[in-house]
Write a protein that binds this ligand. Structure first.
Ligand code: MG
Length: 316
């Protein structure tokens, strides 16, 4: 049986003694959209700056690193959001999938050429910062009856040799047509920033489709499979290791979603802690512990706690 323990004051002492780095998911852990989870900034700032003695040795504060699958913001845009909410943070500590997509193209693929980009301003900003040429952002809709004309007035850019799909609120039939057509070209690369099905929506009757809901239609239309970068893919952790000296054994991943956050932690050999302020309930975690399905047992975190604010209280 996979075992998960609720974080207590005693376990907290052991935990602090065993970690140097804390990876944190953002939505559902630190905030819900634009509303901070109570105590989040205080907790993270305290973990960063705390100096304490443990087992007669003097320990330094913990390095927080923020890891989000959300592709709509660049590192700079995230830094602004963090600062407004009271977090002390440097741009270098923020790893979103917009930034990681640019890193993947630039350093992993040595990409040259032009990308057809489905995404918002954050993805555009990171592409620009990394010198990657792109087209395709903003609204693009069909006019008239497209099938009557066999799309003979659709013009493709001859220089495009890659497609990146991130969250795009202007996703349309025309964009789908163009993305699939560019992917028909030999050697064109195909990247999806992440495969989250939905954005967390608390207390709402609405479902907000996530990037996974946009990547899939492009896969179907093009008959190709995207390389996806967000959690639980190890690529985000590789990006972190390029920049920080992180020892996986002394690192914990804190998140609200088991199949992205917690699975990333497991995939990379990290300790894992789930919070209950997002998409996962205590019943779900405890239910998975004794599950007959290995796939479900794999998602059980080492620890869980109500919220990041509760974790902060254990530090007092
Ligand atoms: Mg989350």
């Amino acid at each position: 049986m996979a075992t998960c323990r609720k974080l207590t004051k005693q376990l907290m002492k052991e935990l602090l003694d065993s970690i140097d780095t804390i990876l944190l998911d953002c939505d559902g852990v630190l905030w819900h959209s634009n509303i901070a989870v109570p105590g989040a900034a205080e907790t993270i700032n305290k973990l960063r700056s705390m100096m304490y003695t443990c087992h007669f040795s003097f320990l330094q504060g913990k390095q927080p690193i923020f890891v989000t699958n959300n592709s709509t913001k660049s590192r700079l845009q995230y830094q602004e959001k963090f600062t407004k909410m009271g977090f002390i943070v440097s741009k270098d500590e923020i790893f979103g999938t917009a930034y990681c997509a640019a890193l993947y193209l630039k350093h992993k693929l040595n990409f040259t050429g032009k990308v057809y980009l489905m995404g918002m301003s954050g993805l555009e900003e990171e592409m620009k910062l990394h010198g990657i040429d792109y087209i395709g952002t903003g609204p693009d809709n069909v006019e008239g009856q497209i099938l009557d004309h066999r799309a003979d007035n659709v013009v493709l850019d001859p220089d495009v040799n890659g497609v990146v799909v991130g969250f795009d609120q202007y996703f349309s039939f025309m964009k789908l047509l163009k993305a699939a057509s560019y992917l028909k070209r030999p050697n064109s690369v195909f990247i999806g920033t992440n495969i989250d099905q939905q954005f967390p929506m608390r207390n709402s009757e609405l479902i907000m489709p996530g990037t996974g809901s946009l990547v899939r239609p492009v896969e179907v239309a093009s008959n190709r499979t995207a390389t996806t970068l967000g959690k639980p893919s190890k690529f985000m952790f590789e990006c972190i290791q390029e920049k920080f000296d992180v020892n996986p054994e002394r690192t914990i991943m804190i998140g609200d979603r088991l199949n992205t956050d917690i699975l990333l932690g497991k995939n990379c050999g990290l300790k894992t802690l789930a919070v209950l302020t997002g998409v996962t309930s205590e019943e779900e975690i405890l239910g998975y512990q004794g599950s007959e399905k290995e796939k479900e047992r794999e998602l059980v975190p080492d620890l869980y706690i109500e919220s990041i604010g509760h974790l902060g209280k254990l530090l007092d």
